[in-house]
Write a protein that binds this ligand. Structure first.
Ligand SMILES: NC(=O)C1=CN([C@@H]2O[C@H](COP(=O)(O)OP(=O)(O)OC[C@H]3O[C@@H](n4cnc5c(N)ncnc54)[C@H](OP(=O)(O)O)[C@@H]3O)[C@@H](O)[C@H]2O)C=CC1
Ligand SMILES: O=C(O)C1=N[C@H](C(=O)O)C[C@H](O)C1
Length: 274
């Protein structure tokens, strides 16, 4: 017997990532788009396929999240909500989806540790899968794995993340997750070697509890890029990942839509479901 397609709602459907996600879902035989949410009143009622550039899909853009989730929860198959919106609203979006039994796949960055823990508790209690994925690209997972390896041997490391200048949050979710992965050994990075004065506040970037420095660059012309630079006397080891097209995130997004249905709690990071 063929499996019925997975009903999917896209929140932030008109955005850069939302439009890419709409196209990817429309091209996937095992998924069906059942809702498209956005905020801009000029877009409401338009066919989301037309807006995304993949032809009509007969799914209108709406700004009624509760109503859309309620309808999605009535589908025969468990539904999924992919969220690419804004750090200010992502927590409430994820809570609402879980409350309706709709599995969240969260790509939006900027959730605080407290919000993440709270969502994990909420998903646990509801026995609902929830994926929070700071970066959907396989290249970033590989870069993080290489960085974790290197961090066993290097005590000095700084992260530089570079993004387009429409990005609302800094540092990026990817940089924060990279630093968290490096910190898992419990090492104190970047022990001071000199008394340092910042002549301009922020000159040395931000610093995590474990001493890892993160620098955020925002410029038009960039999409999403990250370097992890390790230093030791007489040598540098530099890892770099560049995103040149947001289509690169889509295999990860589609994988997560399928995987979240197998989960009963919150999972953070693409590497956990590969
Ligand atoms: N995990 C990953 O791999 C990736 C994550 N991201 C993250 O995804 C998020 C979205 O990025 P991107 O697509 O570039 O952003 P865009 O600004 O291009 O799109 C945001 C979308 O969310 C909607 N939106 C924005 N603010 C609100 C709000 N306050 N309430 C409701 N809807 C809102 C917008 O609707 P409208 O236009 O109608 O206002 C739009 O549809 C960011 O957090 C970004 O960091 C991005 C790339 C990859
Ligand atoms: O805003 C973006 O564009 C991106 N956001 C995510 C992040 O904050 O890490 C993922 C990727 O870097 C693109």
């Amino acid at each position: 017997m063929t499996q019925a397609p997975i009903p999917v709602v896209v929140n932030g459907a008109t955005g850069k990532m939302g439009r890419e996600t709409i196209k990817a879902i429309a091209a996937s035989k095992d998924m069906t788009l059942v809702g498209a949410l956005a905020r801009n009143p000029d877009r409401i009622g338009q066919d989301v396929g037309e807006v995304a550039g993949c032809g009509p899909l007969e799914v209108p853009i709406l700004n009624d999240m509760q109503g859309t989730l309620a309808l999605a929860s009535q589908e025969k198959q468990p539904a999924v909500m992919v969220d690419f919106t804004h750090p200010d609203v992502v927590y409430e979006n994820a809570r609402a989806a879980i409350a309706y039994g709709v599995r969240p796949v969260i790509g939006t960055t900027g959730l605080s540790v407290e919000q993440l823990n709270d969502l994990a508790d909420f998903a646990d209690k509801a026995s609902i899968g929830c994926l929070v994925i700071p970066n959907f690209s396989i290249g970033v997972v590989l870069m993080q794995q290489a960085a974790v390896q290197a961090s066993r041997y290097f005590d000095h490391v700084e992260i530089i993340e570079l993004h387009h200048n429409q990005k609302a949050d800094a540092p990026s979710g990817t940089a924060i997750q990279t630093a968290q992965l490096l910190a898992e050994f419990g090492k104190a990075f970047n022990p001071p070697t000199v008394d340092e004065t910042e002549k301009l506040p922020g000159a040395r970037g931000s610093q995590t509890e474990d001493g890892i420095r993160i620098h955020s660059v925002r410029l038009p012309g960039l999409i999403a890029h990250q370097e992890v630079i390790f230093g030791a006397p007489g040598q540098l080891y530099t890892l770099r990942h560049d995103t040149s097209d947001r289509a690169s995130y889509m295999p990860g997004v589609l994988l997560c839509i399928r995987k979240v249905l197998e989960l009963k709690s919150l999972v953070y990071g693409l590497e956990k479901v590969l």
